[in-house]
Ligand binder design. Structure first.
Ligand code: LMR
Length: 323
């Protein structure tokens, strides 16, 4: 029996002949995202008694972040968890995450994930038009600047340095406003770019810095917490809707539990990673004072003037109102 385009029963699938969900991501297995993706796979296996198998491809091994979105749209992978700014190609509002000092703390970010403004991004027609369905937000953490040339303490210290950026005009403007240059480089190629001096610096949550071993190729890190790096889970809509209803219920239950797992994991893993970075003994960590952060925040105000309309006042003010 067919129901709304999807098969009503998953009887044809067995542990020997499972339905396969391909899940591609770019970070290390032991990263926040890597651990949560594996947790999701484990929960799906348990709940469906092996009838659905989530194949997780970490570390850009299947697709890097230049092509994972295209791979999702074409159905070559079924599920991705990109850093949300990578969605700029589909909807520029996802760059909300890059707006300097927009989020106060982790609790503020969590409130946003549960808010109507966040749902307005997830439910946007732009995703559906690309056969994408937005499923959930997963946190990582605040980004911090690092580089190889000098300690970053004051705004002037950024002048003339070149940083790796993820994607999009907001990050480009952020660096330009600080008098620095930037280059868009795929996450999987960032270690080599730092090592070879293609760029001097980067901005990462502690956990990405740690699990990618960027401490091997960076000398200075400042605890700037100037922006966020968070994820959203996206699936190929046609594929998702073709999953038999009884199995889909269990898969979505697993995703809800994996989301809670990611939320509980992120802050702790980032705190542990900061300790690892300090213990590595090879990176000079500058703990930024509130005054130094305030000076950065003020210097970065022009980014709001330039991009406030693109990100939309509804979204920016909506996020600010959740503090
Ligand atoms: C990045 O490019 O820095 C991020 O996409 C990495 C991540 O955490 O996915």
């Amino acid at each position: 029996k067919e129901e709304g385009g999807s098969k009503s029963s998953g009887e044809e699938y067995t542990a020997e002949n499972p339905l396969v969900i391909k899940f591609s991501h770019v970070t290390a297995i032991d990263s926040v995202k890597g651990q949560a993706a594996d947790k999701f796979a484990e929960l799906v296996n348990e709940k469906t008694e092996g009838k659905v198998k989530v194949e997780v491809y970490p570390s850009s091994q299947l697709y890097g972040d230049n092509d994972e979105l295209d791979a999702l749209v074409s159905g070559n992978v079924h599920m991705i968890a990109p850093s949300v700014t990578k969605m700029v190609k589909i909807d520029p509002r996802w760059q909300y995450v890059d707006m300097p000092f927009l989020f106060k703390d982790d609790a503020h970010v969590q409130k946003f994930f549960e808010s109507e403004v966040a749902q307005s991004l997830m439910n946007s027609d732009k995703l559906a038009a690309n056969d994408i369905k937005g499923m959930a937000f997963w946190p990582n953490g605040f980004k911090h600047f690092s580089n190889n040339k000098k300690p970053l303490v004051n705004v002037e210290d950024f002048k003339g340095l070149k940083f790796r950026a993820q994607a999009g005009q907001v990050l480009e403007a952020q660096f330009e406003t600080l008098g620095a240059g930037s280059a868009t480089i795929a996450f999987g190629e960032t270690y080599a770019a730092l090592q070879q001096g293609t760029v001097d610096g980067a901005e990462n949550p502690y956990n990405n810095f740690d699990t990618m071993k960027f401490y091997e190729v960076q000398k200075y890190l400042s605890t700037s917490a100037h922006g966020r790096l968070d994820y959203a889970i996206f699936v190929n809509k046609s594929f998702w809707e073709s999953i038999p209803a009884d199995l889909l219920t269990k898969v979505e239950e697993a995703l809800t539990e994996a989301t809670t797992f990611a939320q509980q994991l992120a802050a702790d893993e980032n705190a542990k990673s900061l300790e690892n970075i300090k213990a590595s003994g090879v990176v000079e960590v500058h703990e930024m004072t509130q005054e130094e952060r305030d000076a950065l925040k003020e210097a970065l105000q022009p980014v709001y003037e330039e991009f406030g309309e693109t990100i939309t006042p509804e979204l920016i003010e909506g996020i600010e109102a959740l503090q």
